[in-house]
Ligand binder design. Structure first.
Ligand code: CTP
Ligand code: MG
Length: 179
């Protein structure tokens, strides 16, 4: 039961976090957050993949999903309590903080990628998948009680979903390899 409640709460928190991470791409942003400026190593600070429009889209989307979880809270928690655990309370403000943390984490990821001379969009397996989660967890820590167990589940979530998707794609013959 402990584990199930940690999994459900981890996924619950990941909803606004994933929204904040996923919506920026839809914004087709043109204004880079670093204003096109370069760092002392001659590479861009963040690069063209981090834009003001994307930042705004991520904050709005994450906050709206925070609103959704806030509205759903009484029902979700009612079901949880019947099963002997509680759902973490998320409101629009916490949704905003989770999104801001995710977007800052994502920018730090890009900052590190540029320092490693990686081009925009180049695959950086751990950086791309975990930095936004780390950012969201760290910034929201003062406002929401995330257990170590939940944190580990959140960190494992993306790679597990990827593996699951890749194996599924292989099984339905959409992919030639199962990884
Ligand atoms: N995006 C944006 N603003 C942000 C974050 C993302 O406009 N703050 C948009 C960009 O169009 C970006 C796309 O979402 O290309 C995908 O985001 P992400 O994978 O994080 O960026 P990358 O293009 O891979 O760039 P990087 O190499 O810096 O990670
Ligand atoms: Mg990317």
């Amino acid at each position: 039961m402990e584990l199930i409640s940690a999994i459900i709460n981890a996924v619950w928190i990941l909803i606004p976090v994933y929204a904040a991470n996923g919506f920026p791409v839809l914004s087709r942003g043109k204004r880079p957050i670093d204003f096109g400026k370069k760092f002392s190593d001659g590479e861009r600070i963040f690069g063209d993949g981090k834009t003001w429009e994307g930042l705004l889209a991520g904050l709005i989307a994450g906050t709206l999903y925070g609103c959704l979880l806030w509205l759903l809270y009484p029902y979700a928690n009612f079901l949880a309590v019947q099963n002997g655990f509680e759902i973490l309370y998320i409101n629009p403000f916490i949704g905003f903080i989770l999104s801001l943390g995710a977007l800052i984490g994502d920018m730090i990821g890009s900052f590190i990628k540029r320092r490693l001379k990686m081009t925009r969009g180049e695959d950086a397996p751990l950086l791309d998948q975990e930095n936004f989660i780390l950012g969201a967890v760290l910034l929201s820590l003062p406002f929401i009680k995330i257990s170590l167990e939940m944190f580990i589940i959140m960190i494992l979530f993306t790679p597990i979903i990827h593996r699951f998707a890749n194996i599924s794609g292989y099984l339905i013959k959409m992919k030639s390899v199962p990884w």
